[in-house]
Design a binder for this molecule. Structure first.
Ligand SMILES: [Zn+2]
Length: 153
């Protein structure tokens, strides 16, 4: 029996991995195929939406490389970005959210890049990295140390 909230399945038609809520009976793939979950094997299950997104990305990478799917929980070696994204996502005020991202990125890396912000915002599913940088600069919360590198003030 599956007790976790989310699972990763592979569409039998297009062969793409996707994330689903395990309590659902069916899901429709982007290719149009209706998938019955009780007849589908879950490659991976988790309660964390971030872990789910990570697992789907991993599965699609492995599938694209012609490999068999082998998904593991990345416990202990958890991506520092996902921890930061999780705490930032909980912050309602957008300016405060962006400030926390910049503060923690500076603690984590020293100078950070637009690409680092992108890693976080893509995990959060809100804010665009360009917006985050622009607004933080506007409020003098970060400064540019060198070409394309930023630091919390
Ligand atoms: Zn499909």
């Amino acid at each position: 029996m599956i007790t976790m909230k989310y699972g990763v399945i592979v569409c039998p038609k297009c062969g793409k991995a996707r994330g689903v809520e395990t309590k659902k009976k069916t899901t429709s793939c982007q290719c149009g195929r209706e998938i019955v979950l009780s007849k589908t094997r879950f490659e991976f299950t988790t309660d964390s939406p971030l872990e789910l997104a990570d697992a789907v990305a991993q599965a699609n990478e492995q599938l694209a490389g012609g490999e068999k799917i082998k998904l593991e929980k990345r416990r202990g070696k958890k991506n520092p970005y996902s921890k930061l994204a999780e705490s930032a996502k909980a912050i309602k005020d957008p300016m405060e959210r962006m400030r926390i991202i910049a503060l923690h990125l500076t603690e984590l890396k020293g100078d950070f890049l637009l690409e680092d912000v992108r890693q976080i915002t893509s995990l959060m599913g809100k804010d665009s990295p360009e917006d985050v940088i622009a607004r933080l600069k506007e409020h003098n919360l970060i400064y540019e140390t060198a070409d394309g590198k930023f630091r919390y003030v």
